[in-house]
Design a protein around this ligand. Structure first.
Ligand code: ZN
Length: 318
């Protein structure tokens, strides 16, 4: 790995969140190799997508010594075609019908009328809100997922938030983005645009993978490196972001660690040479889900307090 070469081209040596010094971490990826990694995990891509990333070269992680925010340089992100492929046009399990933070947000959003979700995927969350009589809008880069959402009657546009925000200033009571901030090349610009859509007194619902939890202790997952994730977040980085924009954190939530344990177990087994076809096998997947079912049923002491995959925060705009 020629880390030196990458560092010499204007690296992010200052944290864009808290302005503390950033240093290169040990993670460097060749995008062609990352695409081969996705393929090994059972995903297939059009030749043009593979070629595009093969030509993209390498990217290196820079991490803030203070808040723990990490940014890949250059931040090579997923394209519409990339997300169409990994989500099987929005119809695979890539977009979860029910997540831990969806359940929390559904409760907290009861008093909101107009709700925007940015990066809404196949819009399963918005569909639930719409069924409760809320006025919902979605923005999604994956045009196939947006189409699938529209086919079910959920209004989702396939536009950039940069284009959407100027036309919808202070329009929404709530703006949600779950597991999205880590996908975008310019998280601050994204955050500012999201905030612009929120009315004063409105609330932002944000969730990101928590690198200060169990995820940070695991070997890198293909889903946590470019072109899928280009930044890394911690509760401290989110808190600093909130402070910068004078937002008040109304509630914090940490997903319990046991939701991530099956993925952790699968990763360990794969590392020991478990073939990809076994991991995709239905019977295997049933057995793989057993530890999760048992842990959910018995909720052992200790695991309850260990932060899992996701950190979730509700931020109020003054
Ligand atoms: Zn920082």
């Amino acid at each position: 790995m020629n880390l030196e070469l990458i560092i010499s081209s204007s690296p992010p040596l200052t944290c864009q969140i808290c302005h503390a010094p950033c240093a290169p971490a040990s993670e460097v990826y060749d995008l062609g190799e990352v695409m081969a990694w996705w393929q090994k995990n059972g995903h297939s891509f059009p030749a043009a997508v593979l070629e595009q990333y093969r030509q993209a070269g390498r990217t290196a992680l820079f991490t803030c010594a203070d808040c723990g925010f990490g940014l890949f340089h250059p931040p090579i992100t997923g394209s519409d075609a990339f997300y169409q492929a990994i989500s099987e046009e929005g119809r695979s399990g890539y977009y979860s019908r029910d997540t831990w933070e969806h359940r929390r947000a559904l409760e907290a959003l009861q008093d909101c009328r107009k709700i925007l979700e940015i990066g809404c995927g196949a819009a399963f969350f918005l569909e639930k809100m719409q069924a409760q009589g809320k006025e919902v809008r979605g923005v999604e880069l994956n045009s196939a997922a947006a189409r699938y959402a529209r086919s079910r009657g959920v209004p989702v546009e396939s536009v950039d938030i940069e284009e959407f925000a100027p036309l919808h200033r202070e329009e929404f009571d709530a703006v949600c983005f779950f597991q999205v901030l880590e996908h975008v090349a310019e998280p601050l610009a994204f955050f500012e645009n999201a905030l612009a859509c929120l009315r004063p007194g409105g609330r932002m619902f944000v969730s990101v993978p928590n690198m200060a939890g169990i995820l940070g202790k695991m070997a890198p997952l293909v889903s946590n490196v470019p072109p899928h994730h280009v930044s890394r977040w911690t509760p401290k980085a989110l808190a600093h972001l909130a402070w910068r924009y004078r937002l008040t954190a109304a509630a914090w939530g940490f997903e319990p660690a046991y939701n991530l344990l099956p993925a952790y177990i699968q990763e360990r087994l794969k590392a020991k040479g478990m073939p990809a076809w076994v991991c995709r096998n239905r019977i295997w997947r049933f057995f793989q889900s057993l530890p999760l079912k048992l842990l959910r049923a018995f909720k052992p002491e200790g695991l309850q307090s260990l932060p899992g995959h996701t950190v979730y925060v509700i931020l109020t705009k003054e």
